[in-house]
Design a protein around this ligand. Structure first.
Ligand code: AMP
Length: 219
């Protein structure tokens, strides 16, 4: 099963994608995680991408496409995957379509998690990320057992620079301008479902699983 998760920053794409990863045994592939790893490892792509990420802008399509295409070639992605944060622009979606076509594959479904802007800002300002494994917490809605330590791996929790409020507003603007058009793009292909992103993570997961179950029953 090949899925794409769309939605503004803070919509819960990562949380939902990780839950789907557990449920269906296919990897979550997050372009943001791949880019942050490249920044951490100081690769040429990381050094270039960092200039955009720090101010909440999108990294150039060509860099992100290179990272994603390499990741999709890995053996664990053969049976399917959940793309989280990619594609984010129409050219990225077109590149993904061409790559899939080259392998005689297609996307099964695109899930767009819908969350209003003011909710996004509230959610992101409390968000903390594990420096080691990438797990995410919210200081109010999903606090770690210890203020600054990851429950899963004991890694250090930190607030990403791009989670500061001004940068979040910028990321939302970018989302509306660059990524929102993807909803019509995939709607035209008949593979998009909008999911209400308000509620507990388990409730939202259930909405997604209901959609996927219905699709599988039709297949
Ligand atoms: P995320 O973790 O998905 O919120 O991504 C963090 C940052 O990485 C974004 O604000 C962008 O600067 C960059 N990024 C992640 N995915 C993409 C993408 N598909 N295209 C361009 N930039 C991206």
């Amino acid at each position: 099963m090949r899925l794409v998760m769309l939605g503004p920053p803070g919509a819960g794409k990562g949380t939902q994608a990780r839950m789907l990863e557990q449920k269906y045994g296919i990897p979550q592939i997050a372009s943001g995680d791949l880019l942050r790893a490249a920044v951490r490892d100081r690769t040429p792509i990381g050094l270039e991408a960092r200039r955009y990420m720090d101010r909440g802008a999108l990294a150039p399509d060509e860099l992100v496409v290179r990272l994603i295409e390499a990741r999709l070639e890995e053996p664990d992605a053969r049976r399917g995957y959940i793309l989280d944060g990619f594609p984010r622009t129409i050219p990225q979606a077109e590149e993904l379509d061409s790559a899939l076509k080259r392998h005689s594959q297609h996307l099964d479904h695109v899930l767009a998690i819908v969350v209003p802007d003011d909710e996004v800002i509230k959610r992101i300002s409390g968000r903390r990320t594990c420096r080691n494994c990438g797990a995410m917490y919210h200081m109010i809605f999903d606090p770690p057992r210890n203020q600054s330590i990851c429950n899963d791996c004991n890694g250090e929790l930190y607030q990403r620079d791009d989670d500061a409020e001004d940068t979040v507003r910028m990321r939302l603007e970018v989302y509306h301008a660059e990524t929102n058009p993807l909803l019509s793009y995939y709607e035209q292909s008949g593979i998009l479902t909008r999911i209400d992103g308000i509620g507990r993570p388990e409730e939202i997961q259930q909405r997604i699983v209901d959609v996927l179950d219905r699709l599988r029953a039709r297949a």
